[in-house]
Design a protein around this ligand. Structure first.
Ligand code: 6PG
Length: 488
Protein backbone atom coordinates (compact mmCIF):
# COMPACT_ATOMS: atom_id res chain seq x y z
CA UNK A 1 0.00 0.00 0.00
CA UNK A 2 1.25 3.47 -0.91
CA UNK A 3 1.33 5.88 2.00
CA UNK A 4 -1.09 8.80 1.51
CA UNK A 5 1.16 11.84 1.77
CA UNK A 6 0.55 14.11 -1.23
CA UNK A 7 -1.89 17.01 -0.79
CA UNK A 8 -2.24 17.41 -4.56
CA UNK A 9 -1.65 15.31 -7.65
CA UNK A 10 -1.05 16.03 -11.31
CA UNK A 11 -1.96 13.59 -14.09
CA UNK A 12 -0.34 14.21 -17.48
CA UNK A 13 3.23 15.46 -17.47
CA UNK A 14 3.60 17.07 -20.88
CA UNK A 15 4.88 20.65 -20.91
CA UNK A 16 1.98 22.26 -19.01
CA UNK A 17 1.48 19.42 -16.52
CA UNK A 18 5.18 19.16 -15.72
CA UNK A 19 5.47 22.92 -15.21
CA UNK A 20 2.43 23.01 -12.97
CA UNK A 21 3.74 20.10 -10.87
CA UNK A 22 7.07 21.86 -10.42
CA UNK A 23 5.36 25.09 -9.44
CA UNK A 24 3.27 23.21 -6.87
CA UNK A 25 6.30 21.39 -5.46
CA UNK A 26 8.37 24.57 -5.30
CA UNK A 27 5.65 26.13 -3.14
CA UNK A 28 5.58 23.58 -0.35
CA UNK A 29 3.04 21.14 -1.72
CA UNK A 30 3.67 17.42 -1.80
CA UNK A 31 2.83 16.53 -5.38
CA UNK A 32 1.82 13.10 -6.62
CA UNK A 33 2.68 12.79 -10.29
CA UNK A 34 1.47 10.31 -12.86
CA UNK A 35 1.89 9.99 -16.60
CA UNK A 36 0.62 7.20 -18.89
CA UNK A 37 4.20 6.52 -19.97
CA UNK A 38 6.37 6.33 -16.87
CA UNK A 39 9.44 7.59 -18.73
CA UNK A 40 8.05 11.12 -18.64
CA UNK A 41 7.58 10.85 -14.87
CA UNK A 42 11.18 9.63 -14.54
CA UNK A 43 12.42 12.56 -16.63
CA UNK A 44 10.54 15.04 -14.45
CA UNK A 45 11.89 13.53 -11.25
CA UNK A 46 15.39 13.12 -12.72
CA UNK A 47 15.61 16.72 -13.88
CA UNK A 48 13.59 18.54 -11.25
CA UNK A 49 13.05 16.14 -8.36
CA UNK A 50 15.13 18.35 -6.08
CA UNK A 51 12.80 21.34 -6.49
CA UNK A 52 10.36 20.03 -3.87
CA UNK A 53 8.48 16.96 -2.70
CA UNK A 54 7.22 14.74 -5.51
CA UNK A 55 5.59 11.34 -5.15
CA UNK A 56 6.01 9.57 -8.51
CA UNK A 57 3.46 6.87 -9.29
CA UNK A 58 3.73 4.08 -11.84
CA UNK A 59 0.03 3.30 -11.91
CA UNK A 60 -3.11 5.35 -11.47
CA UNK A 61 -4.00 3.20 -8.42
CA UNK A 62 -0.68 4.07 -6.83
CA UNK A 63 -1.23 7.75 -7.71
CA UNK A 64 -4.67 7.86 -6.07
CA UNK A 65 -3.37 5.90 -3.09
CA UNK A 66 -0.63 8.47 -2.48
CA UNK A 67 -3.11 11.36 -2.11
CA UNK A 68 -4.38 12.59 1.26
CA UNK A 69 -8.13 13.19 1.66
CA UNK A 70 -10.00 14.79 0.15
CA UNK A 71 -7.91 13.50 -2.73
CA UNK A 72 -7.32 16.28 -5.21
CA UNK A 73 -6.04 15.51 -8.71
CA UNK A 74 -5.38 17.96 -11.51
CA UNK A 75 -5.74 16.51 -14.99
CA UNK A 76 -3.51 17.98 -17.69
CA UNK A 77 -4.14 15.61 -20.56
CA UNK A 78 -5.31 16.20 -24.14
CA UNK A 79 -8.73 17.84 -24.45
CA UNK A 80 -11.69 15.75 -25.58
CA UNK A 81 -11.79 11.98 -25.40
CA UNK A 82 -8.52 11.51 -23.43
CA UNK A 83 -9.84 13.90 -20.77
CA UNK A 84 -13.17 12.07 -20.52
CA UNK A 85 -11.34 8.76 -20.23
CA UNK A 86 -9.02 9.99 -17.50
CA UNK A 87 -11.89 11.53 -15.52
CA UNK A 88 -13.68 8.18 -15.63
CA UNK A 89 -10.61 6.20 -14.62
CA UNK A 90 -9.90 8.54 -11.70
CA UNK A 91 -13.53 8.60 -10.58
CA UNK A 92 -13.50 4.79 -10.46
CA UNK A 93 -10.61 4.89 -8.00
CA UNK A 94 -11.72 7.86 -5.92
CA UNK A 95 -14.29 8.20 -3.13
CA UNK A 96 -17.08 10.64 -2.35
CA UNK A 97 -15.72 14.08 -1.47
CA UNK A 98 -12.63 13.72 -3.64
CA UNK A 99 -11.88 16.37 -6.26
CA UNK A 100 -11.00 16.04 -9.95
CA UNK A 101 -9.71 19.21 -11.59
CA UNK A 102 -9.55 19.64 -15.37
CA UNK A 103 -7.02 22.40 -15.99
CA UNK A 104 -7.04 22.16 -19.79
CA UNK A 105 -8.80 24.51 -22.21
CA UNK A 106 -12.09 22.58 -22.15
CA UNK A 107 -15.31 23.84 -23.72
CA UNK A 108 -17.47 25.06 -20.84
CA UNK A 109 -20.50 23.00 -21.92
CA UNK A 110 -18.35 19.86 -21.69
CA UNK A 111 -17.37 20.98 -18.21
CA UNK A 112 -21.03 21.44 -17.23
CA UNK A 113 -21.75 17.92 -18.53
CA UNK A 114 -18.77 16.37 -16.77
CA UNK A 115 -19.49 18.14 -13.49
CA UNK A 116 -23.03 16.81 -13.51
CA UNK A 117 -21.89 13.24 -14.14
CA UNK A 118 -19.16 13.38 -11.50
CA UNK A 119 -21.43 15.05 -8.92
CA UNK A 120 -23.87 12.16 -9.36
CA UNK A 121 -21.03 9.89 -8.18
CA UNK A 122 -20.50 11.99 -5.04
CA UNK A 123 -17.23 13.54 -6.22
CA UNK A 124 -16.36 17.13 -7.08
CA UNK A 125 -15.40 18.16 -10.58
CA UNK A 126 -13.67 21.48 -11.12
CA UNK A 127 -13.13 22.96 -14.58
CA UNK A 128 -10.23 25.33 -14.10
CA UNK A 129 -9.08 27.83 -16.72
CA UNK A 130 -5.32 28.31 -16.59
CA UNK A 131 -3.65 31.10 -18.50
CA UNK A 132 -0.03 31.99 -19.00
CA UNK A 133 1.29 29.21 -21.18
CA UNK A 134 4.14 26.94 -20.10
CA UNK A 135 6.09 29.72 -18.43
CA UNK A 136 3.01 30.87 -16.52
CA UNK A 137 2.32 27.31 -15.34
CA UNK A 138 5.84 27.18 -13.91
CA UNK A 139 6.25 30.71 -12.57
CA UNK A 140 2.68 31.67 -11.74
CA UNK A 141 -0.42 31.46 -13.93
CA UNK A 142 -3.75 33.22 -13.64
CA UNK A 143 -6.33 30.62 -12.70
CA UNK A 144 -10.09 30.51 -13.11
CA UNK A 145 -11.57 27.55 -11.22
CA UNK A 146 -15.27 26.68 -11.32
CA UNK A 147 -16.96 23.92 -9.29
CA UNK A 148 -18.55 23.79 -5.85
CA UNK A 149 -17.80 26.03 -2.86
CA UNK A 150 -16.76 22.89 -0.98
CA UNK A 151 -14.10 21.98 -3.55
CA UNK A 152 -12.80 25.57 -3.44
CA UNK A 153 -12.22 25.16 0.34
CA UNK A 154 -9.60 22.52 -0.44
CA UNK A 155 -8.37 23.72 -3.79
CA UNK A 156 -8.28 27.47 -3.14
CA UNK A 157 -5.38 27.46 -0.65
CA UNK A 158 -3.36 25.15 -2.93
CA UNK A 159 -3.93 27.24 -6.06
CA UNK A 160 -3.10 30.42 -4.14
CA UNK A 161 0.38 29.02 -3.45
CA UNK A 162 1.18 28.83 -7.17
CA UNK A 163 -0.79 31.65 -8.80
CA UNK A 164 0.84 34.76 -10.19
CA UNK A 165 0.73 37.74 -7.85
CA UNK A 166 -0.61 41.12 -8.89
CA UNK A 167 -0.15 43.95 -6.43
CA UNK A 168 0.21 41.45 -3.61
CA UNK A 169 -2.90 39.44 -4.48
CA UNK A 170 -2.89 35.92 -5.95
CA UNK A 171 -4.36 35.77 -9.44
CA UNK A 172 -6.95 33.13 -8.64
CA UNK A 173 -10.52 33.31 -7.42
CA UNK A 174 -13.47 30.96 -7.28
CA UNK A 175 -15.33 31.94 -10.44
CA UNK A 176 -18.59 30.07 -9.89
CA UNK A 177 -20.23 26.66 -10.12
CA UNK A 178 -19.74 23.95 -12.75
CA UNK A 179 -18.50 25.41 -16.09
CA UNK A 180 -18.07 29.05 -14.93
CA UNK A 181 -14.27 28.83 -14.80
CA UNK A 182 -13.90 27.46 -18.30
CA UNK A 183 -16.49 29.93 -19.59
CA UNK A 184 -14.50 32.86 -18.21
CA UNK A 185 -11.24 31.41 -19.58
CA UNK A 186 -12.93 31.09 -22.98
CA UNK A 187 -13.90 34.78 -22.96
CA UNK A 188 -10.36 35.62 -21.81
CA UNK A 189 -9.09 33.90 -24.93
CA UNK A 190 -11.60 35.73 -27.11
CA UNK A 191 -10.32 39.04 -25.74
CA UNK A 192 -6.78 37.73 -26.31
CA UNK A 193 -7.63 37.20 -30.02
CA UNK A 194 -9.01 40.71 -30.35
CA UNK A 195 -6.10 42.28 -28.50
CA UNK A 196 -3.62 40.46 -30.76
CA UNK A 197 -5.50 41.47 -33.89
CA UNK A 198 -5.58 45.21 -33.03
CA UNK A 199 -1.87 45.07 -32.34
CA UNK A 200 -1.40 43.37 -35.72
CA UNK A 201 -3.52 46.03 -37.44
CA UNK A 202 -1.38 48.75 -35.84
CA UNK A 203 1.76 46.99 -37.08
CA UNK A 204 0.33 46.75 -40.60
CA UNK A 205 -0.49 50.47 -40.68
CA UNK A 206 3.07 51.34 -39.74
CA UNK A 207 4.66 48.70 -41.96
CA UNK A 208 2.64 48.90 -45.16
CA UNK A 209 1.20 52.36 -44.58
CA UNK A 210 4.30 54.23 -43.46
CA UNK A 211 6.91 51.84 -44.84
CA UNK A 212 8.62 51.46 -41.47
CA UNK A 213 11.08 48.64 -40.77
CA UNK A 214 10.20 45.98 -38.15
CA UNK A 215 12.91 47.25 -35.80
CA UNK A 216 11.52 50.79 -35.95
CA UNK A 217 8.02 49.50 -35.26
CA UNK A 218 9.37 47.45 -32.38
CA UNK A 219 10.71 50.69 -30.88
CA UNK A 220 7.24 52.23 -31.17
CA UNK A 221 5.68 49.27 -29.33
CA UNK A 222 8.41 49.50 -26.68
CA UNK A 223 7.46 53.12 -26.17
CA UNK A 224 3.73 52.36 -26.10
CA UNK A 225 4.43 49.75 -23.46
CA UNK A 226 5.48 52.56 -21.11
CA UNK A 227 2.01 54.16 -21.14
CA UNK A 228 -1.71 53.27 -21.12
CA UNK A 229 -1.07 50.31 -23.41
CA UNK A 230 1.39 48.68 -21.01
CA UNK A 231 0.74 44.95 -21.36
CA UNK A 232 2.33 41.59 -21.90
CA UNK A 233 1.07 41.40 -25.49
CA UNK A 234 2.53 44.79 -26.44
CA UNK A 235 5.80 43.84 -24.75
CA UNK A 236 6.12 40.53 -26.62
CA UNK A 237 5.12 42.24 -29.87
CA UNK A 238 8.21 44.43 -29.58
CA UNK A 239 10.30 41.35 -28.82
CA UNK A 240 9.00 39.50 -31.89
CA UNK A 241 9.59 42.56 -34.12
CA UNK A 242 13.12 43.10 -32.83
CA UNK A 243 14.03 39.49 -33.53
CA UNK A 244 16.31 38.69 -36.49
CA UNK A 245 16.15 35.28 -38.16
CA UNK A 246 19.49 33.58 -37.70
CA UNK A 247 19.30 31.59 -40.93
CA UNK A 248 18.66 34.51 -43.28
CA UNK A 249 19.62 37.60 -41.31
CA UNK A 250 16.18 39.00 -42.15
CA UNK A 251 13.65 40.30 -39.64
CA UNK A 252 11.98 37.23 -38.15
CA UNK A 253 8.52 38.67 -38.96
CA UNK A 254 9.35 38.54 -42.68
CA UNK A 255 10.16 34.86 -42.76
CA UNK A 256 7.05 33.68 -40.91
CA UNK A 257 4.08 32.57 -43.04
CA UNK A 258 1.21 35.02 -42.71
CA UNK A 259 -1.41 32.41 -41.78
CA UNK A 260 -2.56 32.68 -38.18
CA UNK A 261 -3.45 29.39 -36.50
CA UNK A 262 -6.00 28.82 -33.79
CA UNK A 263 -7.04 26.01 -31.52
CA UNK A 264 -10.67 27.00 -31.24
CA UNK A 265 -11.23 28.97 -28.04
CA UNK A 266 -11.80 32.24 -29.95
CA UNK A 267 -14.32 30.47 -32.16
CA UNK A 268 -16.14 29.14 -29.07
CA UNK A 269 -16.29 32.67 -27.66
CA UNK A 270 -17.99 33.92 -30.81
CA UNK A 271 -20.30 30.90 -31.18
CA UNK A 272 -21.38 31.31 -27.57
CA UNK A 273 -21.88 35.04 -28.04
CA UNK A 274 -24.11 34.31 -31.04
CA UNK A 275 -26.16 31.91 -28.91
CA UNK A 276 -26.42 34.54 -26.19
CA UNK A 277 -27.13 37.31 -28.76
CA UNK A 278 -24.29 39.45 -27.41
CA UNK A 279 -22.43 41.43 -30.09
CA UNK A 280 -18.73 40.69 -29.66
CA UNK A 281 -17.81 42.29 -32.96
CA UNK A 282 -14.13 42.85 -32.16
CA UNK A 283 -13.58 39.24 -31.13
CA UNK A 284 -15.63 38.00 -34.07
CA UNK A 285 -13.61 40.02 -36.57
CA UNK A 286 -10.39 38.82 -34.95
CA UNK A 287 -11.45 35.19 -35.45
CA UNK A 288 -12.51 35.89 -39.04
CA UNK A 289 -9.24 37.72 -39.75
CA UNK A 290 -7.34 34.59 -38.71
CA UNK A 291 -9.67 32.60 -40.96
CA UNK A 292 -8.99 34.85 -43.97
CA UNK A 293 -5.24 34.75 -43.34
CA UNK A 294 -5.41 30.97 -43.28
CA UNK A 295 -7.17 30.68 -46.66
CA UNK A 296 -4.03 30.62 -48.84
CA UNK A 297 -5.76 29.32 -51.96
CA UNK A 298 -8.42 31.98 -51.88
CA UNK A 299 -5.82 34.69 -51.31
CA UNK A 300 -3.66 33.30 -54.11
CA UNK A 301 -6.62 33.34 -56.47
CA UNK A 302 -7.40 36.94 -55.47
CA UNK A 303 -3.83 37.83 -56.38
CA UNK A 304 -3.99 35.97 -59.67
CA UNK A 305 -7.29 37.59 -60.57
CA UNK A 306 -5.68 40.92 -59.78
CA UNK A 307 -8.31 42.24 -57.35
CA UNK A 308 -7.51 45.89 -57.63
CA UNK A 309 -7.32 48.58 -54.98
CA UNK A 310 -5.09 51.29 -53.63
CA UNK A 311 -1.41 50.69 -52.88
CA UNK A 312 -1.02 51.68 -49.22
CA UNK A 313 2.33 53.40 -49.52
CA UNK A 314 1.30 55.36 -52.59
CA UNK A 315 -1.69 56.78 -50.75
CA UNK A 316 0.16 57.54 -47.54
CA UNK A 317 3.48 58.62 -49.05
CA UNK A 318 3.11 62.36 -48.33
CA UNK A 319 2.16 61.63 -44.76
CA UNK A 320 4.99 59.14 -44.37
CA UNK A 321 7.53 61.59 -45.75
CA UNK A 322 6.65 64.40 -43.36
CA UNK A 323 8.13 63.75 -39.89
CA UNK A 324 5.44 65.68 -38.03
CA UNK A 325 2.54 64.09 -39.86
CA UNK A 326 4.12 60.69 -39.53
CA UNK A 327 4.52 61.14 -35.79
CA UNK A 328 0.93 62.35 -35.49
CA UNK A 329 -0.33 59.35 -37.45
CA UNK A 330 1.56 56.92 -35.22
CA UNK A 331 -0.04 58.62 -32.20
CA UNK A 332 -3.45 58.28 -33.89
CA UNK A 333 -2.81 54.57 -34.33
CA UNK A 334 -1.92 54.28 -30.64
CA UNK A 335 -5.20 55.88 -29.70
CA UNK A 336 -7.18 53.73 -32.15
CA UNK A 337 -5.56 50.68 -30.59
CA UNK A 338 -6.45 51.83 -27.09
CA UNK A 339 -10.07 52.61 -27.97
CA UNK A 340 -10.57 49.32 -29.87
CA UNK A 341 -9.08 47.43 -26.96
CA UNK A 342 -11.54 49.06 -24.56
CA UNK A 343 -14.39 48.00 -26.85
CA UNK A 344 -13.11 44.40 -26.95
CA UNK A 345 -13.06 44.24 -23.15
CA UNK A 346 -16.48 45.90 -22.90
CA UNK A 347 -17.89 43.30 -25.27
CA UNK A 348 -16.16 40.40 -23.50
CA UNK A 349 -17.49 41.54 -20.13
CA UNK A 350 -20.98 41.83 -21.67
CA UNK A 351 -20.69 38.24 -22.81
CA UNK A 352 -19.69 37.15 -19.33
CA UNK A 353 -22.64 39.02 -17.82
CA UNK A 354 -25.09 37.44 -20.24
CA UNK A 355 -23.52 34.00 -19.76
CA UNK A 356 -23.82 34.41 -16.00
CA UNK A 357 -27.53 35.21 -16.33
CA UNK A 358 -28.25 32.33 -18.67
CA UNK A 359 -26.14 29.68 -16.93
CA UNK A 360 -26.97 30.75 -13.38
CA UNK A 361 -23.58 32.02 -12.20
CA UNK A 362 -22.90 35.02 -10.04
CA UNK A 363 -19.72 36.30 -11.65
CA UNK A 364 -17.73 38.91 -9.74
CA UNK A 365 -16.48 41.01 -12.66
CA UNK A 366 -14.13 43.08 -10.49
CA UNK A 367 -12.49 39.91 -9.14
CA UNK A 368 -12.14 38.54 -12.67
CA UNK A 369 -10.43 41.75 -13.81
CA UNK A 370 -8.11 41.52 -10.78
CA UNK A 371 -7.01 37.95 -11.45
CA UNK A 372 -6.26 38.90 -15.07
CA UNK A 373 -3.78 41.55 -13.94
CA UNK A 374 -1.00 39.00 -13.59
CA UNK A 375 0.08 35.67 -15.05
CA UNK A 376 -2.28 35.54 -18.02
CA UNK A 377 -1.73 36.41 -21.67
CA UNK A 378 -3.93 39.52 -21.57
CA UNK A 379 -2.35 40.90 -18.41
CA UNK A 380 -2.20 44.66 -18.63
CA UNK A 381 -2.04 47.77 -16.51
CA UNK A 382 -5.39 48.64 -18.00
CA UNK A 383 -7.08 45.83 -15.99
CA UNK A 384 -6.64 47.89 -12.83
CA UNK A 385 -9.01 50.40 -14.41
CA UNK A 386 -11.58 47.69 -15.15
CA UNK A 387 -11.28 46.42 -11.62
CA UNK A 388 -11.76 50.01 -10.32
CA UNK A 389 -14.83 50.42 -12.52
CA UNK A 390 -16.47 47.37 -10.99
CA UNK A 391 -15.27 48.24 -7.49
CA UNK A 392 -16.99 51.62 -7.70
CA UNK A 393 -20.30 49.84 -7.04
CA UNK A 394 -21.97 51.72 -9.91
CA UNK A 395 -24.27 49.60 -12.03
CA UNK A 396 -23.53 49.81 -15.75
CA UNK A 397 -24.56 47.82 -18.80
CA UNK A 398 -21.23 48.37 -20.55
CA UNK A 399 -17.72 49.26 -19.47
CA UNK A 400 -18.04 52.05 -22.03
CA UNK A 401 -20.40 53.84 -19.62
CA UNK A 402 -17.91 53.86 -16.75
CA UNK A 403 -16.63 57.46 -16.43
CA UNK A 404 -12.97 56.51 -16.92
CA UNK A 405 -13.54 54.43 -20.07
CA UNK A 406 -16.19 56.81 -21.43
CA UNK A 407 -13.67 59.64 -21.29
CA UNK A 408 -10.83 57.47 -22.63
CA UNK A 409 -12.85 56.57 -25.73
CA UNK A 410 -14.15 60.11 -26.17
CA UNK A 411 -10.60 61.43 -26.01
CA UNK A 412 -9.37 58.82 -28.50
CA UNK A 413 -12.22 58.90 -30.96
CA UNK A 414 -11.02 61.65 -33.32
CA UNK A 415 -7.76 59.82 -33.80
CA UNK A 416 -9.59 56.50 -34.10
CA UNK A 417 -11.85 57.89 -36.84
CA UNK A 418 -8.87 59.34 -38.72
CA UNK A 419 -7.12 55.98 -38.65
CA UNK A 420 -10.20 54.14 -39.94
CA UNK A 421 -10.59 56.68 -42.76
CA UNK A 422 -6.92 56.66 -43.73
CA UNK A 423 -6.61 52.88 -43.58
CA UNK A 424 -9.72 52.50 -45.71
CA UNK A 425 -8.43 55.01 -48.26
CA UNK A 426 -5.07 53.27 -48.33
CA UNK A 427 -6.56 49.79 -48.67
CA UNK A 428 -5.18 48.40 -45.42
CA UNK A 429 -7.57 45.97 -43.72
CA UNK A 430 -8.51 47.02 -40.20
CA UNK A 431 -11.44 44.73 -39.34
CA UNK A 432 -11.26 45.19 -35.58
CA UNK A 433 -10.51 48.93 -35.59
CA UNK A 434 -13.43 49.55 -37.94
CA UNK A 435 -15.96 47.17 -36.43
CA UNK A 436 -15.21 48.40 -32.90
CA UNK A 437 -15.79 51.97 -34.01
CA UNK A 438 -19.05 50.97 -35.69
CA UNK A 439 -20.12 49.20 -32.52
CA UNK A 440 -19.39 52.35 -30.54
CA UNK A 441 -21.35 54.47 -33.00
CA UNK A 442 -24.18 51.94 -33.02
CA UNK A 443 -24.36 52.00 -29.25
CA UNK A 444 -24.53 55.78 -29.08
CA UNK A 445 -27.01 56.20 -31.95
CA UNK A 446 -30.35 57.45 -30.71
CA UNK A 447 -32.08 55.90 -33.68
CA UNK A 448 -30.79 52.98 -35.70
CA UNK A 449 -31.84 51.88 -39.19
CA UNK A 450 -33.27 48.75 -37.55
CA UNK A 451 -36.66 50.41 -38.03
CA UNK A 452 -36.23 49.91 -41.76
CA UNK A 453 -35.40 46.26 -41.23
CA UNK A 454 -38.60 45.89 -39.21
CA UNK A 455 -40.52 47.47 -42.08
CA UNK A 456 -38.95 45.09 -44.59
CA UNK A 457 -39.65 42.09 -42.37
CA UNK A 458 -43.23 43.10 -41.94
CA UNK A 459 -43.68 43.61 -45.68
CA UNK A 460 -42.24 40.33 -46.88
CA UNK A 461 -43.11 38.08 -43.98
CA UNK A 462 -45.75 39.77 -41.81
CA UNK A 463 -43.25 39.62 -38.94
CA UNK A 464 -44.91 42.64 -37.24
CA UNK A 465 -43.33 45.69 -35.61
CA UNK A 466 -43.69 47.97 -32.62
CA UNK A 467 -44.54 51.69 -32.79
CA UNK A 468 -42.66 54.51 -31.11
CA UNK A 469 -45.89 56.26 -30.09
CA UNK A 470 -47.87 53.44 -28.47
CA UNK A 471 -47.36 49.95 -27.06
CA UNK A 472 -48.48 46.86 -28.95
CA UNK A 473 -47.64 44.68 -31.93
CA UNK A 474 -48.62 45.91 -35.40
CA UNK A 475 -48.81 44.74 -38.99
CA UNK A 476 -49.46 46.75 -42.14
CA UNK A 477 -51.58 45.16 -44.86
CA UNK A 478 -48.91 45.84 -47.51
CA UNK A 479 -50.61 43.94 -50.33
CA UNK A 480 -53.99 45.45 -49.52
CA UNK A 481 -54.98 48.97 -48.65
CA UNK A 482 -51.87 49.48 -46.45
CA UNK A 483 -53.98 49.98 -43.38
CA UNK A 484 -52.50 48.92 -40.08
CA UNK A 485 -53.85 46.25 -37.79
CA UNK A 486 -53.00 45.50 -34.19
CA UNK A 487 -51.91 41.95 -33.56
CA UNK A 488 -51.39 41.58 -29.83
C1 6PG B 1 -3.42 31.28 -22.28
C2 6PG B 1 -3.62 31.12 -23.75
C3 6PG B 1 -3.55 29.71 -24.16
C4 6PG B 1 -3.39 29.58 -25.67
C5 6PG B 1 -4.72 29.66 -26.35
C6 6PG B 1 -4.73 30.35 -27.67
O1 6PG B 1 -4.26 31.94 -21.73
O2 6PG B 1 -2.44 30.76 -21.75
O3 6PG B 1 -4.88 31.63 -24.09
O4 6PG B 1 -4.66 29.06 -23.62
O5 6PG B 1 -2.47 30.47 -26.13
O6 6PG B 1 -5.17 28.36 -26.48
O7 6PG B 1 -4.29 29.50 -28.63
P1 6PG B 1 -4.65 29.65 -30.15
O8 6PG B 1 -4.19 31.03 -30.55
O9 6PG B 1 -3.87 28.58 -30.78
O10 6PG B 1 -6.12 29.48 -30.30
Amino acid sequence: MTEAQANIGVVGLAAMGASLSRNLARHGNTVAVYNRHYSRTETLIGEHGDEGKFVPAKTLQEFVGSLTRPRTAIIMVKAGEPTDQMIDDLADLMEPGDIIVDAGNAYFKDTIRREKAIRARGLHFVGCGVSGGEEGALLGPSMMPGGTDESWQTLGPILKTIAAQAEGEPCVTHIGSDGAGHFVKMVHNGIEYSDMQVIAESYDLMRRGLGMEPGQIADVFDEWNQGDLNSYLVQITAEVLHHIDAATGKPFIDIVTDQAGMKGTGTWTVQTALDLAVPVTGIGEAVFARGLSSSPELRKEAEQKGLSGPEPQAILSDLAADPDQRKAFIEDVRQALYASKIVAYAQGFNEMQEGADVYGWKLDMGAIARIWRGGCIIRAKFLNRISDAYASGDEFGSLLFDPFFKKAVEDAQDAWRRVVVRATQAGIPIPVFASSLSYYDGLRSKRLPAALIQGQRDLFGAHTYGRVDQPGVFHTLWAGDKSEIRQD
